[in-house]
Design a protein around this ligand. Structure first.
Ligand SMILES: NC(=O)c1ccc[n+]([C@@H]2O[C@H](COP(=O)([O-])OP(=O)(O)OC[C@H]3O[C@@H](n4cnc5c(N)ncnc54)[C@H](O)[C@@H]3O)[C@@H](O)[C@H]2O)c1
Length: 251
């Protein structure tokens, strides 16, 4: 591992690391040398075993990030198990699909709470000790729908737009204090979240035809950009969103 990308001895937290993109991100960080705490709705001992194969410390914590009043407690638990947190990857996210004119308020609130409110609070709670120490890396999961409106997913688009915007706000205030806050924006990735799209033959084909790379993305596609943003290679990168989208946004 080149010294710029080496994460040996760093402690990373990945929310929603039990599956999908979060699991691949956690494995990528561990391969680069970081100890990893997975935060997800249930325990995930099999992911912890996979992480440990890289010779790092790994733990999983069952926690619902929508429980915002308990975020401080979550930080304390992680610090007890792993030590100070150097890297926070806010990966956990949810999706709800309905025609916009019928989108239930309950689903709107649910998506906004997990994808935007909880992420902002986690940035605050985990960011404070980073600011006190004068270093830290926060990577938020944005989306193509931080840029575009999508179809039948207005709450998701609103939440991911919010994430990209407040990432810039935090970066403006925290860049001079040694804390980097950035986003990665995955394109269309073949994960459980997109099951409905993948199963819809027409939409699936339309999407594939529009991706310049000619394929859906994978969890492994996320690893390089996240390691970059988690490492000293990105020390002068603040408030930016890196799209990992097979070229979609440039089209
Ligand atoms: N898959 C894509 O095409 C795509 C595209 C753009 C952005 N993203 C974003 O990437 C991130 C990961 O997506 P994915 O496709 O791997 O999704 P996924 O549904 O496969 O996994 C999401 C993970 O988040 C966890 N999670 C959800 N709500 C939680 C909560 N309240 N508390 C704790 N954990 C919770 C789940 O348990 C799961 O581990 C999300 O933020 C998503 O919005 C995904």
């Amino acid at each position: 591992m080149h010294r710029l990308f080496d994460l040996t001895g760093k402690n990373a937290v990945v929310t929603g690391g039990s599956r999908g993109l979060g699991k691949s991100i956690a494995l990528g960080l561990a391969e680069a040398g970081a100890n990893v705490a997975i935060v997800s709705r249930g325990e995930c001992p099999e992911v912890v075993s996979e992480l440990k194969q890289f010779g790092v410390k790994a733990v999983s914590i069952a926690f619902d990030i929508a429980n915002i009043p308990m975020h401080q407690e979550l930080l304390t638990i992680i610090e007890e198990k792993l030590g100070k947190v150097d890297i926070l990857v806010n990966n956990a996210g949810v999706q709800k699909r309905h025609p916009s004119e019928e989108f239930p308020q309950e689903d709107w609130n649910y998506v906004m709470n997990v994808n935007a409110n909880a992420v902002f609070s986690l940035c605050q709670v985990f960011g404070k000790p980073m600011l006190e120490r004068g270093n830290g890396k926060i990577i938020n999961l944005a989306s193509l729908l931080s840029f575009q409106g999508g179809f039948t997913v207005p709450a998701y688009a609103a939440s991911k737009g919010a994430v990209m915007q407040f990432t810039k706000s935090l970066a403006n205030e925290w860049a001079s204090k040694g804390v980097n806050v950035n986003c990665v924006a995955p394109g269309y990735m073949a994960t459980d979240m997109n099951e409905a799209l993948i199963d819809d033959e027409v939409r699936s084909r339309q999407i594939l035809d529009r991706i310049p790379a000619g394929r859906w993305g994978t969890g492994e596609d996320m690893q390089g950009a996240v390691i970059f943003l988690a490492s000293s290679a990105s020390d002068y990168v603040h408030g930016f969103t890196i799209a990992i989208d097979g070229g979609w946004l440039g089209r």
